[in-house]
Design a protein around this ligand. Sequence first.
Ligand SMILES: [Zn+2]
Length: 308
Amino acid sequence: MLFAHRALAPLEPLLSSELSIIPRDSPGIQDHLSRGSEKTLKIGLPGGRSRNDPGGVLHLLRSLLKITLAFATGVAPGCAGTAGDLTPDESGLEKVFAYSTEGRPIRGIVLGEGPETYLCFGVIHGNEPAGGPLLERFVKHIEGRPDIIDGKRVVVVPVLNPDGLERNSRTNSRGVDLNRNFPSRNWTPSPRHGDAPASERETRALLRILRQFQPTRILSIHSPLQCVNFDGPAEEIARHMARASGLPLRSSIGYETPGSLGSYAGDDLLVPTITLELPKSADGRELWRRIAGALEEFLTTPEPVTGK
Ligand SMILES: [Zn+2]
């Protein structure tokens, strides 16, 4: 039960190599997040916001799910190290959450503060690079419009699979499809799915982020299937995103995805999980114009209220 509250989450021994705050101008390491910007990404949002809490059954259910999530992610086999807890002063600063199999940093940024946390990440498949710059642009957008994350904390990880991105491969450097490596009930053994659920460092990195931040809404960006897909109780959010982008809403992408994040977080843990499939090729600016509204809908579509 101790894991139920973020502040009580136990810290594993913190290795300095597992967590660091990155100055914007840090040289010498691959930098997908701060490219093209020298300014500090510090966002100061006043604390003490009141929670728009629907109360009742939904809130209770969500609390129980957070406990489940904490336990489920806490037992990932071979899970090494931790991303550590953030202090409020670290909001708006880039962090290295973990390192890839080949030692590349998996970077992210935490924006805003509030009782709810939303997670956005991209490039779990290294040959689907568009999500990275799109999420970097999204971070800048949120900087300019902090009202859209009013009362929320948003964690953005543009590139989960930097080794795959480097070699333009769907898999990580060990040939594992990370989106088949999550410890979902439907995980199936296969060389491409990993030796075991959560066998891969990158998968464990995301599991640690889930455990630390306990997001109540997750967005994963892929390409090129051109649709808004969802798992778990996310249909309303997906519908808003589809309407804003003109992309079709799909409850299934047409084939089984055992061990996917959608299966794990959405189906098993009932955290609303959106899989945004971008068009195959689009100029970055054009892509932003088309998708920005959908990303904003991800942040602002209200939770379905069932407890009133
Ligand atoms: Zn993909």
